[in-house]
Design a protein around this ligand. Structure first.
Ligand SMILES: *Cc1c(COP(=O)(O)O)cnc(C)c1O
Length: 373
């Protein structure tokens, strides 16, 4: 079977994890501190706070920004569900804006008309590792006095106009889930230059204890257990040290896929670097032309699966998820570009160590499956 994704773990990571296990500090220790320091430097941020997942990172940002019932946050329907759920956690309402068909990121030209008196923030996502238009988002936010949340769960190592993704919003996140460019097993990071956000997140991840000087059983605010353990942090340090090589491998795989898939009629490739944009490759997504229906796309994915090639739909739009339809009455047709793209995308097996032979098999099988549907 050729899997959809596969983490890239070496002896170095194994040794780093084993070393932690030989100590008596398994949580809130030196590895977490070191990992945070290194990530902050990498993302050109004053503060980085390690948490148990990217979702936890988003949740704590929503809390630190004080979202509540009646507030609105503008975001994209074409993303992993956590980027919208974090708004719901605090009782605020995600207000969706359709996407740009080329980059699959939020269409900034459509944001302004969705801003109301209730709007508190814009939460944009670097979808599949392709940077959103941060300069335009930041200037809109400034004009309307909105906060900006940068969901860079899929874009660690990407650059927009010379600055790293993760460096733009009032707060940003990375995720270290196993299918991301670098992993800690489970894990996430909050990035910010705002001390108040950093301190609030730091306290809330640790049961609401004071950042400094709290007694273990003193809790100054409502908190959670969203800590990032030492084992995960040690793994993350090594993955971060290897990140540029991990990203290089992924970029090479993407180049080969684009070359091979570019030859198949009716299939569009993923966008590569352009002026001022250096993307980081999270997944490789091929998009079928409008001649294909959702049903045919699903049939292609199923047929590939039968041949031992694991593919996936990336993404199902958030507003059409069953519980969003139920809660908000969303129906198909509201965000036509996101919906159309979502019906036609196929994520192909994608990881740094995939072989050229495996890729050839993927593309050959894709071609054959497309002819049959
Ligand atoms: C992966 C991901 C998350 C959530 O990260 P987890 O670590 O899995 O909780 C959030 N947003 C986006 C866009 C993601 O891809």
């Amino acid at each position: 079977m050729i899997p959809l994704s596969s983490p890239d773990i070496t002896k170095k990571e194994q040794q780093a994890v084993l070393k932690v296990l030989q100590t008596s500090t398994l949580s809130l220790g030196p590895k977490l501190q070191e990992f945070e320091k290194r990530i902050a430097a990498f993302a050109e941020r004053k503060y980085a706070v390690g948490v148990s997942s990217g979702t936890a990172a988003l949740h704590l940002i929503a809390k630190a920004m004080g979202f509540q019932k009646g507030d609105e946050v503008i975001t994209t329907p074409f993303s992993f569900i956590a980027s919208s759920n974090c708004i719901l956690y605090e009782g605020a309402k995600p207000v969706f804006v359709d996407i740009d068909e080329e980059t699959l990121n939020i269409d900034v030209s459509q944001i302004e008309r969705k801003i109301t008196k209730k709007t508190k923030a814009i939460l944009a996502v670097d979808v599949f590792g392709y940077p959103a238009k941060w300069e335009e988002i930041l200037s809109l936010a400034k004009e309307y006095n909105l906060k900006v949340i940068e969901d860079s769960a899929e874009s660690i190592g990407a650059f927009y106009h010379g600055k790293p993704c993760g460096s733009f919003g009032d707060a940003a996140i990375y995720s270290f889930y196993p299918n991301k460019q670098m992993t800690t097993g489970e894990g996430g990071m909050v990035l910010t230059d705002d001390k108040r956000i950093a301190d609030a997140v730091n306290s809330m991840r640790n049961q609401g204890r004071k950042v400094k000087g709290s007694q273990w059983l003193e809790h100054v605010r409502l908190g959670y257990n969203y800590r990032l353990p030492e084992i995960e942090s040690a793994l993350g340090i090594v993955q971060l040290q290897r990140l540029s090589s991990l990203l290089q491998k992924r970029a090479r795989v993407a180049d080969v896929y684009t070359r091979m898939i570019g030859q198949i009629p009716g299939v569009f490739t993923s966008p590569h670097n352009t002026q001022g944009i250096k993307r980081s490759w999270f997944v490789y997504v091929a998009t079928l032309s409008q001649d294909y229906t959702r049903k045919q796309r699903d049939a292609v994915i199923a047929a590939m699966g039968k041949q031992g090639i694991q593919c996936s739909t990336y993404f199902q739009t958030i507003h059409l998820q069953p519980f969003y339809r139920k809660a908000f009455g969303y129906k198909p047709g509201l965000f036509p570009i996101a919906e159309s793209v979502s019906d036609r995308t196929i994520a192909l097996p994608f990881f740094g160590n995939i072989t050229e032979q495996q890729m050839q098999r993927v593309v050959k099988t894709l071609k054959r499956c497309l002819e049959k549907v």
